[in-house]
Design a protein around this ligand. Structure first.
Ligand SMILES: NC(=O)c1ccc[n+]([C@@H]2O[C@H](COP(=O)([O-])OP(=O)(O)OC[C@H]3O[C@@H](n4cnc5c(N)ncnc54)[C@H](OP(=O)(O)O)[C@@H]3O)[C@@H](O)[C@H]2O)c1
Length: 259
């Protein structure tokens, strides 16, 4: 539990779901948390809650699609904390892709811009300081949905696959400057985002458990944090299945999910 105590953490997507859970868990473990998202009011309420619980947090509102806004958020963080030891790029969103109904390239690109682009911009703001200081820890919240091209998940899966590959590749480069890189791949977690899903979600994890698993992994500087165990095991197998086995399995899973 000691690893996060007094660490300065910049967390995006902190106003809801996994990010909100992470902010509370990080604070519980003694980290100082800078909260970023667009909804300033939700962040202010969360900040109050953390402070009332004896933790340390600051609101640094920002939009991950806008570098200027992120730089402003990071300046606010620096005013309070002096800098960040750990940066968690968690902000993101999801919608289902139905290309046979309507093909919406601009929407798919918007999703890429939030999920993948948001992570790149967030890291871009802090990396010059981390490489100069030769220390730091970057964490990207991707998804098990980035392992394979799943039905109805084309745009979301592509954005998460991009994150997974970028983080994996970046790890090689940042080793030499002592900056750790962690890829987080959750399965289904119960949040306002997944509450919109109309299909059944296997091994649905609650936010508190997800936040504990992610914090445990960050403390151990794990390269990859994947959960829940049974769904990760299943998706890891799916990842290496040849197409002739993957396609009928994916179709059957889609049929079962729609039941
Ligand atoms: N829930 C799951 O089952 C699941 C599974 C795998 C991966 N994930 C990933 O986990 C992350 C969090 O998801 P969640 O389920 O917790 O979703 P959520 O409850 O909808 O939370 C999404 C967060 O991202 C923020 N956000 C969205 N667009 C933003 C923008 N342009 N700039 C700044 N912040 C922005 C939202 O805040 P504002 O709207 O206030 O800006 C909110 O705080 C996402 O990256 C998601 O892809 C989720």
């Amino acid at each position: 539990m000691g690893e996060l105590r007094d660490k300065r953490v910049w967390l995006t997507g902190a106003s809801s779901g996994i990010g909100e859970g992470l902010a509370l868990e990080l604070a519980r473990r003694g980290a100082r948390v800078a909260l970023t998202a667009r909804s300033e009011e939700s962040l202010a309420q969360l900040c109050d809650r953390i402070k009332k619980g004896g933790g340390d947090a600051v609101v640094c509102a920002g939009d991950v699609t806008d570098t200027v806004s992120l730089k402003r958020a990071y300046s606010a963080l620096k005013e309070s904390f002096g800098g960040a030891d750990i940066v968690i790029a968690n902000a993101g969103t999801h919608f289902e892709t139905w290309p046979e109904r309507e093909f919406l390239p601009d929407q798919y690109l918007d999703l890429m811009n939030i999920n993948y682009g948001g992570m790149l911009r967030t890291f871009g703001v802090v990396l010059p300081e981390m490489t100069e200081a030769k220390k730091g820890h970057l964490v990207g919240v991707a998804s098990l949905a980035g392992y394979r091209g799943l039905p109805r998940a084309a745009a979301y899966g592509a954005s998460k696959a991009a994150m997974i590959l970028f983080l994996e590749s970046m790890r090689f480069h940042l080793e030499s400057v002592n900056v750790a890189v962690t890829t987080v791949c959750p399965g289904f977690v119960k949040t306002p985002l997944t509450d919109k899903n109309t299909f059944s979600m296997p091994f649905l994890t609650d936010v508190e458990s997800a936040a504990r698993i992610i914090c445990d992994g960050i403390e151990r500087k794990k390269e990859c944090i994947t959960f829940p165990f049974p769904f990760n095991w299943f998706m890891s197998l799916v990842r290496i299945l040849p197409n002739f086995l993957f396609k009928p399995l994916a179709r059957a899973a889609q049929r079962k999910a729609s039941e």
